[in-house]
Design a protein around this ligand. Structure first.
Ligand code: NAP
Length: 481
């Protein structure tokens, strides 16, 4: 059985208040485990442990080569436990087992990648003339609070923990209350891999009780948050009070632009995947499908046909292509957009069917939905639904496509489907988003920066940029005169 206590200073401990909460299997609605509900005093203990581990070491001053070795051992242990971890993640977060298996493999890859950067990212020696040497060195930023969402629990934890550890930081990880179990497993794995006590602490609990104190605490130097725009705004404001470094990975309403000259089948396949993947609970979901008018009717027909192929059911069933939403509350929120779509005058072109298996009656299933004739001013085209709801919007020419793509407060990702290379580059450059895919949807290579423009966030994860979020830059000037 997986650990359900808090992991603080190298030990599994109960919460001071003795409170717990249930983490539930979204596929059935049944409780998986009761997990400690951390409060302010627990957060204080975790911060104290991380601060001590940073200030008195050894981790920040451990030679990068040795830090890298620990990261590699964590990667190897994740791979060794991959099947178990994937099953746990699938159950806790309602992810298809196949998707969870990919997440686990990617999490291991992230630890290996940052192990490489730990030993390869050096400083600079800018030219200073004969009488001086200037060294520009990177140092760990300090104690980092890492706050993650429920949609990719292990992957999001890896995206933050691996670069933070590679940089020499000490950390407190606060996973989402809905899916905390894989983060606790990560703590176990990291400890077994030789990470010293206090370097990775895990606090389970609710945001305002376990997360907010981390953001307020002056002993914390950096906050890396992935989650909603609303909470991101609170975190940005609070962190400013103590001048913390802040990385915010927030939501999106990403455009998926299909030009008439695109490979039609590939574009339809990718557009459907872009919004229905993981039930649409993806920050970069291509939830606005912009289609050139000359192929609009044909595209609507093809998208509905693809949605009709989706089979809802238990996420561990290999025949199933769509699992449940994360919770009953979230399902109610997604469901409310059906009414908004209808009220605003969009056409409900397709709605799938719920699973009929009585064993799944307690699960939080929601069918794939396609709205057509959507106007970009409608609520379903402006707000992040975070569910399997596609809004299809027609456009007349490239100029209108770019204007519609950019007519959003968000700027996380975009997909462009075209066979014209010049257009692909033109449109990619014109779209105000941190990630643009051409003739693809949703790849997120570990080597490339990930993050958004506008209300989609501040800063970048993954790649070299992901490491910089956990590094301070220092100039050392040596007078040789
Ligand atoms: P959320 O409600 O904002 O929660 C995210 C995390 O913040 C959770 O751990 C949450 O704890 C915690 N939290 C809540 N209130 C807090 C507070 N006042 N202070 C400190 N922490 C607090 O987001 P979510 O529903 O878990 O995730 C969905 C959102 O994440 C979507 O908007 C999605 O677009 C975004 N996302 C973005 C990316 C990206 O890369 N840009 C990736 C994945 C997801 P509780 O769970 O206890 O509330």
């Amino acid at each position: 059985m997986v650990e359900t206590k808090l992991y603080i200073d190298g030990s599994w401990v109960d919460g001071v208040d003795g409170e717990s909460f249930s983490t539930v299997d979204p596929a059935t609605g049944e409780e998986i485990a009761a997990v400690v509900r951390a409060g302010r005093v627990d957060a204080d203990r975790a911060v104290a442990a991380a601060r001590r581990a940073f200030d008195t070491g050894p981790w920040p001053t451990t030679p990068p080569r040795e830090r890298a070795a620990v990261l590699r051992r964590i990667a190897a242990a994740i791979r060794a436990d991959a099947e178990e971890l994937a099953r746990l993640e699938s159950r806790d977060a309602g992810k298809l087992l196949t998707d969870a298996t990919e997440d686990v493999a990617e999490a291991a890859e992230i630890f290996d990648y940052y192990a490489g950067l730990a030993v390869s990212e050096g400083g600079e020696i800018p030219p200073s003339g004969p009488d001086a040497v200037t060294l520009v060195v990177s140092e760990p930023v300090g104690v980092a609070a890492l706050i993650t969402p429920w949609n990719f629990p292990l992957l999001m934890a890896a995206q933050k923990v691996a670069p933070a550890l590679a940089a020499g930081c000490t950390t407190i990880l606060k996973p989402a209350e809905q899916a905390p179990l894989s983060s606790l497993e990560l703590a176990r794995i990291a400890a077994e891999a030789g990470l010293p006590p206090g370097v990775l602490n895990v606090l389970t609990g609710f945001g305002p009780e376990a997360g907010a104190p981390l953001v307020e605490d002056p002993r914390v130097d950096a906050v890396s948050f992935t989650g909603s725009e609303a909470v991101g705004r609170i975190i940005g404001r609070t962190a400013a009070e103590t001048f913390k470094r802040v990385t915010l990975e927030l939501g999106g309403k990403s455009p998926n632009v299909v030009f008439a000259d695109a490979d039609f089948d590939a574009a339809m396949e990718g557009s459907a995947f872009g919004v229905f993947f993981h039930q649409g609970q993806v920050c970069s979901a291509g939830s606005r499908v912009l289609v050139e008018r000359s192929i609009y009717d044909e595209a609507v027909e093809a998208l509905c046909a693809r949605a009709a192929e989706i089979r809802l059911g238990h996420p561990a069933d290999p025949e199933v292509s769509m699992g449940p939403l994360i919770s009953a509350e979230h399902r109610a929120k997604v469901n409310s957009y059906l009414e908004h779509g209808r009220a605003d005058g969009a056409h409900l072109a397709y709605m799938g069917r719920l699973p009929t298996d009585p064993d799944l009656a307690g699960g939080f299933y929601f069918p794939p939905v396609i709205f057509t004739d959507v106007d970009n001013t409608m609520k379903i085209a402006r707000e992040e639904i975070f569910g399997p709801v596609m809004a299809v919007i027609p456009f007349t020419d490239e100029e209108e496509a770019v204007a519609l793509a950019n007519d959003t407060t968000y700027g996380l990702a975009a997909a462009v489907w075209t066979s014209d290379v010049k257009r692909a580059v033109r449109v990619s450059r014109a779209i105000r988003a941190g990630v643009v895919w051409v003739n693809d949807s949703q790849p997120a290579p570990v080597e490339a920066p990930w993050g958004g423009f506008k209300a989609s966030g501040i800063g970048r994860e993954l790649g070299r940029h992901g490491l910089r979020a956990y590094q301070e830059t220092k100039q050392i000037y040596l007078n040789l005169d």
